[in-house]
Write a protein that binds this ligand. Structure first.
Ligand SMILES: Cc1cc2nc3c(=O)[nH]c(=O)nc-3n(C[C@H](O)[C@H](O)[C@H](O)COP(=O)(O)O)c2cc1C
Length: 185
């Protein structure tokens, strides 16, 4: 299984990092792109170093490396996840802008009819944000905002993160033990 993971400059960069760890544990191949704004946000909100995050991935690319193998539809991967997805990257994908490696790889994922999961993070949302989400959904992407659940009684922030990342792994059809099956109480 080969998955592209992109981390963009919305708050919640930890989702992308946790996803990389889970893919590594599942022995799935991960190809990482971290946008420049995401580097800054990650440094502000986590203890992770960029080098440490890159080490979790099978391979990583500079965000402006538009000649990378994953900038071509001839390279095969099953799915791509943008975790978290900024409104800037969301709108670039919606407009098929393909001007960075992240938006180009997302564009290819859509045109090759592969699974693209976007985790947009903004609140509150104006009509422009909602329209971009509708546009990418019409194009075939899955919009999955990182929204926590509370009915499973999370005990920590890690529990909330794992629950959301577990839902992403479900969409990728990757086995994991991050979430428990839901049971009515
Ligand atoms: C601390 C911090 C938090 C941010 N949080 C968000 C956010 O939650 N959602 C968002 O769309 N942009 C957020 N931004 C703004 C983006 O980083 C900015 O729009 C950037 O251009 C996104 O570029 P990228 O999509 O290439 O990563 C944040 C910026 C900073 C510095």
């Amino acid at each position: 299984m080969k998955i592209i993971v992109a981390i963009t400059g919305a708050t919640g960069t930890v989702y992308g990092v946790r996803l990389l760890s889970a893919l590594k544990a599942a022995k799935a191949e991960s190809h990482l792109i971290v946008s420049r704004p995401a580097e800054k946000v990650m440094a502000m909100e986590t203890e992770y170093s960029l080098d440490g995050v890159r080490e979790l991935a099978t391979r990583w690319y500079e965000p402006d490396d538009i000649a990378a193998p994953i900038a071509s539809g001839q390279t095969y991967w099953q799915a791509m996840v943008v975790a978290p997805c900024s409104m800037r990257t969301l709108s670039a994908v919606a407009a098929s802008r393909a001007d960075t490696l992240i938006s180009r790889a997302a564009d290819i994922t859509l045109k090759e009819r592969r699974r693209l999961i976007l985790m947009p993070r903004e609140t509150p949302l104006h009509l422009g944000h909602l329209r971009q989400m509708a546009a990418v959904t019409e194009m075939g992407a899955i919009v999955m905002p990182p929204l926590p659940t509370f009915y499973d009684k999370p005990k920590s922030i890690d529990d909330l993160i794992d629950n959301t990342v577990g839902r992403v792994l479900d969409l990728l059809e990757v086995q994991h033990d991050l979430t428990r099956p839901w049971q009515a109480v």
